[in-house]
Design a protein. Structure first.
Ligand code: CP
Ligand code: NVA
Length: 292
């Protein structure tokens, strides 16, 4: 059975710490690992992506490998071939499979039939690769993760859930502030509050994500109304600890969930987060492919 990364819960705290150490080393020496020489990685996208595709493709190239991007509409899945058969065939050609899709069950179905590692490149439930890059960014900003408090302000979505799960494994206290109806579910590791001001008190980082995630477009109007008091602006950041940083997984909607002042300001580490996707995912691929 290959090792997958479907939620991030597959990594114990020691493995997560070691993975982040490797990400730091690979960031310092990007061409120092050639674990994918002569091998390919399939990247299946059922939803759009800028950062995930870029960072996986560039990272795989730096590891000596070749990426094969497959969009859902181009696969025979679109004509009824099962995910199981797709996984069986992909596994005969590539060293690992990344998948971005809506239903977590579809990712699990692919993983059940794959004989190579499967990586979650975002589902409705989880975005573990994002959380790995976020932890790397926090570590760079503060030198350590143990004892940090991260406040996530907004929709209780995939990004919030992955931060809760992986943050806890890394020793980061994650507090999530959401309005009624949009609370984070299935994340016992996080402290859930209603008030953004309460969440950011004592926080070293304040995190925002979009109010309307992919697949949530039908409820866009209700979301924008309910989430309006949860905007990440300078005043909210001022209420966190001195030296607190602003984070956002991107894509951002300046003026909606985050102000342009924060997004492009001196206290953000948002563009570092986007870069750190590549370094963290290279460490992840190295771990999974070497074990397989
Ligand atoms: N943060 C992130 O996953 O961005 P993309 O949707 O552009 O891949
Ligand atoms: N929560 C967002 C993250 C995008 C990277 C979404 O799922 O659309």
């Amino acid at each position: 059975m290959p090792r997958h990364l479907l939620t991030g819960g597959e990594l114990d705290p020691a493995e997560l710490a070691a993975l982040l150490d490797r990400a730091v080393a690979l960031k310092a020496a990007p061409l120092s690992c050639d674990v994918l020489t002569g091998r390919s990685v399939a990247l299946v996208f059922e939803r759009p992506s800028t950062r995930t595709r870029l960072s996986f493709e560039a990272g795989i190239a730096e590891l000596g490998g070749h990426s094969i991007v497959l969009r859902a509409g181009e696969l025979q899945v679109s004509r009824g071939e099962s995910l199981g058969d797709t996984a069986r065939v992909l596994s005969r050609h590539v060293a690992a499979i990344g998948m971005r899709t809506g239903a977590d069950e579809d990712l699990r179905e692919l993983a059940r039939h794959a004989t190579v590692p499967v990586v979650n490149m975002l589902t409705a439930g989880h975005h573990p690769c994002q959380a790995l890059a976020d932890l790397l960014t926090l570590r760079e900003a503060f030198g350590t993760l143990e004892g940090l408090r991260l406040a996530y302000v907004g929709d209780g979505n995939n990004v919030a859930r992955s931060l809760a799960l992986l943050g806890a494994a890394a020793g980061v206290e994650v507090v999530v502030a959401s309005p009624g109806g949009f609370e984070l579910t299935d994340a016992p590791e996080a402290t859930l509050v209603r008030d953004p001001g309460e969440a950011v008190r004592g926080a070293h980082a304040v995190y925002a994500d979009v109010w309307v995630s992919m697949g949530d477009e039908a409820t866009a109007r209700e979301r924008r109304r309910a989430l309006a008091p949860y905007r990440l602006d300078d005043a909210l950041l001022d209420a966190a600890v001195e030296g607190a940083i602003a984070l956002h997984c991107l894509p951002a909607h300046p003026g909606e969930e985050i102000t342009a002042e924060v997004l492009y300001g001196a206290r953000q580490r948002i563009w570092d987060q986007a870069e750190n996707r590549r370094h963290a995912q290279k460490a992840l691929l190295e771990l999974l492919v070497e074990e397989a």
